[in-house]
Design a protein around this ligand. Structure first.
Ligand code: SAH
Ligand code: SF4
Ligand code: F3S
Length: 467
């Protein structure tokens, strides 16, 4: 088992000391920051750490981009269009920077961990002050301090993967939050850039994870989502703790009422995990289990290391063991060499598996990945048509699945409310991730409520408040 390397305490302390110095210098100036974060929950959580460090440096949160003295773009590069959007949004800031030379612009995140892309952005936009990769997050106070002194900073470091424990965090929301259990990925699915920009897989020490869970529970968070690119391969060298055991220990923390986790790779999903889901009361009956394709030929070319049959068997085992479970998935269409027949296999898998939601994507070639160099790239138009057909099949399937809810009762954790057709409507999720809309106002946010399901609407359910 691999050893986890933690960033030395002195190195972290040196950065926190810089933050404290900046705090003393900047305090009282009312400087504000705004972070625009793209991509997945990993990035969202990194943005929460950036917020923590920025506040330690004496900055206050801005309520809009316009109000900010410091703007940070936390980028994603999992698909090409994510990249294009960032270049577009940063380019549009030139005028503002001309008018407000004191404005600091920073760009970080996965896209900046690609050396050539970081260099290209740095060159193309001379008004960008600060560029740094994912492995530099914990050095942010030092990098910011240099930028504030007028230096243009670019810092992209290769790393075998360390873990920086103890960074300050300012969490978004007040009742549901993320706790990272592992970083990076070693799976090298042939289409995916994540292993290149997030580094090698490494797990946090269980005592650090549990201390964080206890801390957020004390702060009043009722729902915790344990995060990792492949939580099923969680393993910590110095303790005999695997993912199901970690769930068991998290389940024992007072104050936490719901435990979610993502993402699960089907190749590593064990009977012990299914048992943990079935028996631990706080662990929600939902699993996000990306299948990516229904064709064995394509799954092999993707290096997913399971077959369609193995996947469907897992689905059956989960359904057999976990009451009212819902399964969600990710699917890619148009992977190099995907024939109509392969695609039909994906459609038939969607019909067999009965997903509650499928997040569907057109394959996007990513530089440096094996699939980008494969022959038989699929034409954009074919990908588009397949995506439309897949979405139609998946919607049909999930609507069929929705009808079983009518008349049932369940508990939602209320997430928010909005105005719908003149009525104030609250919304929140059942433990199994189904979203329910029901009449109710802002006073319900953050509470657990009983609802009865009366109807369905696209992906979601409609209900009445019982209590
Ligand atoms: N670690 C997670 C997912 C990470 S990326 C997992 O293994 O499932 C989230 C999703 O983006 C993936 O599940 C995949 O469906 C999609 N994705 C990743 N790379 C892609 C690419 N090059 N083109 C299109 N979709 C991609
Ligand atoms: Fe990417 Fe595969 Fe790792 Fe998920 S498991 S992050 S899809 S390489
Ligand atoms: Fe996530 Fe995008 Fe990075 S999906 S890990 S933010 S490339």
């Amino acid at each position: 088992m691999k050893k986890t390397i933690e960033v030395p305490q002195e190195e972290l302390q040196a950065n926190l000391d810089v933050a404290a110095r900046l705090h003393a210098e900047l305090q009282g100036r009312g400087l504000r920051y705004y972070i625009e974060s793209y991509g997945c929950q990993m990035n969202d959580h990194d943005a929460e750490k950036l917020s923590g460090m920025l506040q330690a440096c004496g900055y206050l949160p801005a309520s809009s981009k316009e109000e900010a003295d410091l703007l940070i773009f936390n980028t994603c590069c999992v698909r090409e269009h994510a990249e294009k959007r960032v270049f577009g949004n940063i380019g549009a800031l030139k005028k503002r920077k001309d008018a407000e030379p004191g404005l600091i612009i920073g760009v970080c995140g996965c896209m900046m961990q690609q050396r050539e892309v970081a260099a290209r952005l740095y060159k193309r936009f001379p008004f960008v002050d600060l560029v740094f990769g994912t492995h530099e997050l914990h050095h942010f106070p030092q990098l910011l301090s240099r930028a504030l002194e007028g230096e243009r900073v670019i810092s992209v470091r290769e790393s075998d993967g360390e873990i920086a424990e103890g960074l300050p965090v300012v969490r978004n929301g007040s009742f549901s939050t993320f706790v990272t259990i592992m970083y990076g990925c070693d799976n090298f699915c042939t289409y995916c850039i994540v292993p290149y920009v997030r580094g090698r897989e490494r797990s946090r020490a269980p005592e650090n994870i549990l201390a964080e869970v206890r801390r957020v529970a004390e702060q009043g968070f009722r729902e915790v989502t344990l995060l990792g690119q492949n939580v099923n391969s969680y393993a910590y060298a110095d303790a005999d703790v695997d993912f199901p055991e970690l769930l068991r220990r998290t389940n024992a923390v007072d104050g936490v009422e719901r435990i979610r986790f993502m993402t699960s790779h089907p190749k590593d999903l064990s009977p012990r995990l299914i048992e943990a889901m079935a028996t631990l009361p706080k662990v929600c009956n939902h699993i996000h289990l990306p299948v990516q394709s229904g064709s064995n030929r394509i799954l092999a070319a993707m290096n997913r290391r399971y077959t369609r049959e193995k996947y469907l068997d897992l689905v059956q085992q989960i359904r057999g063991a976990v009451k009212d479970v819902e399964i969600t998935t990710d699917i890619i269409v148009g992977f190099p060499g995907e024939t109509e027949e392969d695609f039909l296999d994906t459609l038939s898998l969607v019909r067999e598996a009965g997903f509650a939601a499928a997040y569907t994507f057109m394959y996007s070639p990513r530089p440096g990945t094996r699939a980008a160099a494969m022959e038989n790239q699929i034409a954009e138009e074919v990908k588009k048509q397949r995506l439309l057909r897949l979405n139609a099949a998946s919607t049909e399937q999930l609507q069929k699945g929705n009808s079983k809810y009518i008349g049932q009762c369940g508990t939602v954790l209320v997430e928010g409310c909005d105005q719908r057709a003149g009525e104030v409507t609250a919304f929140g999720k059942l433990p199994n991730f189904k979203m329910v809309y029901f009449p109710g106002g802002a006073e319900l946010i953050g509470t657990m409520r009983e609802v009865r399901i009366t109807g369905t609407m696209n992906n979601s359910l409609i209900g009445d408040l019982i209590k």
